[in-house]
Design a binder for this molecule. Structure first.
Ligand SMILES: *Cc1c(COP(=O)(O)O)cnc(C)c1O
Length: 390
């Protein structure tokens, strides 16, 4: 059965019946050839999704583990990392870098805004940066990164591009084969992600893909300050899942493999378009209630939105009332706590679910003494949804 509650937070996201069924299959040995075949399929479908020529790691862990794995295998303690931060999850890279003795510098945008390529270039000009991290969609602010303008700048200075795709992968283009700025050397080197956001599988699978450039960087490092996160410990398993390094989350691999099949069946382009429409329609409808998306439309992520309340709305009361109707949204982080809420519109979320969410939000505002035109907001939702994305 699909989720009874509408779990419209920025992850975990709604899980559908076939994925729950996949999870509930019999737990087998990690060396069972039937499981190995499935694991191989999960890895190769992930490669297909990301279009990488390198190595892809599908292991147990959350998105943060994937961030750690991306970092420790590319940047050594003492080397320089530039973090492009458009919110809380960008900042997490700075903390991670510091934990490993990496020299971190940050280019930070005001929350709700994008970092400009010019600011990034100003930092990179100082020289010596081994890698740059980009958060594709920052889950705290609902701001997306502009890869087309950032990657050519980063590559001009020969740094590795590490892309945090948690909250974006399978909903926003992350094509490791794409030559940015038309230059075949200008590519995304590492993509990392988690299962529970735009992929729509329960939490617990961490994914990291390295291209040949990133793999060469790993080789140069020799030893890395990690064991579970050292990609060299996982490489033999990724090539032959009957080999053992650490027990995979068998049942989650069943679910993730199906998740990948569903992503590829729907088609990446279709998914990108669906999420664009979701984001635009949700924000337009909520604006009709006098709510304000934190990010301007042109920098807003298709997968989730951070929405500022109209004056005076009590955040806890609002979300509690919504939860009573079966709609779960998330509070905002850091200085926006209490002033905004976050709504996810990704993965297995449907148009019908989002329309219902718009209705419930309007009804809740009315119950709290505001005057929200529910039908007007639904009409705005429909109107934006029917537009073809440019
Ligand atoms: C959720 C999220 C993470 C952290 O993932 P966990 O699974 O919670 O560890 C990292 N980056 C982004 C952009 C996220 O949305």
């Amino acid at each position: 059965m699909p989720n009874k509650e509408m779990l419209l937070i920025p992850g975990p996201t709604p899980v559908i019946d076939p994925i729950y069924k996949a999870l509930a299959q019999e737990t087998r040995s990690h060396t069972d050839p039937r499981f190995a075949e499935l694991y191989t399929s999960a890895i190769s479908k992930t490669k297909e999704m990301l279009q990488t020529d390198g190595e892809t790691f599908v292991i147990s862990g959350s998105g943060t583990l994937a961030m750690e794995m991306a970092l420790v295998n590319t940047v050594a303690p003492g080397e320089k990392l530039l973090v492009i931060s458009q919110g809380f999850f960008g900042d997490r890279f700075s903390k991670l870098g510091a934990a490993f003795g990496i020299e971190v510098e940050t280019v930070q945008s005001e929350w709700g805004k994008q970092v400009s390529p010019a600011e990034v270039e100003k930092k990179l000009k100082k020289g010596g940066f081994k890698a740059v991290t980009i958060t594709h969609a920052d889950t705290s602010t609902g701001v997306k990164a502009d890869l087309d303008s950032l990657i050519p700048v980063i590559k001009k200075y020969d740094a590795l591009v590490i892309l945090d795709g948690v909250c974006a992968t399978a909903a926003m283009e992350e094509n490791m084969g794409k030559a940015y700025g038309g230059n075949p050397a200008y590519k995304i080197d590492v993509v990392l992600t988690g299962s529970q956001k735009a992929i729509g599988v329960p939490p617990g699978i961490a994914v990291v893909a390295f291209n040949q450039t990133a793999l060469a960087a790993r080789e140069k490092l020799g030893k890395v300050p990690a064991y579970y996160c050292d990609i060299y410990n996982w490489l033999p398993v990724m090539h032959d899942p009957q080999k053992y390094f650490a027990t995979p989350a068998i049942n989650l691999v069943y679910a993730y493999e199906l998740g990948m099949r569903l992503v590829l069946e729907e088609g990446l382009e279709n998914r990108y378009e669906r999420h664009e429409k979701f984001g635009r329609a949700v924000r337009a409808a909520l604006k009709a209630y006098g709510m304000t998306p934190l990010a301007e439309e042109k920098v807003a992520a298709p997968t989730l939105s951070c929405i500022l309340y109209p004056e005076g709305v009590n955040d806890a009361a609002f979300r509690k009332q919504l939860a009573g109707k079966g709609l779960i949204v998330a509070g905002a982080l850091a200085h926006l706590a209490g002033k905004a809420f976050r709504i996810g519109h990704m993965g297995n979320t449907t148009k019908e679910m989002l329309e219902k969410a718009v209705r419930f939000i309007g009804e809740t505002l009315n119950e709290m003494g505001y005057s929200a035109n529910v039908d007007g907001a639904i009409a705005r939702f429909q109107e934006e949804f029917s537009k073809v994305p440019v």
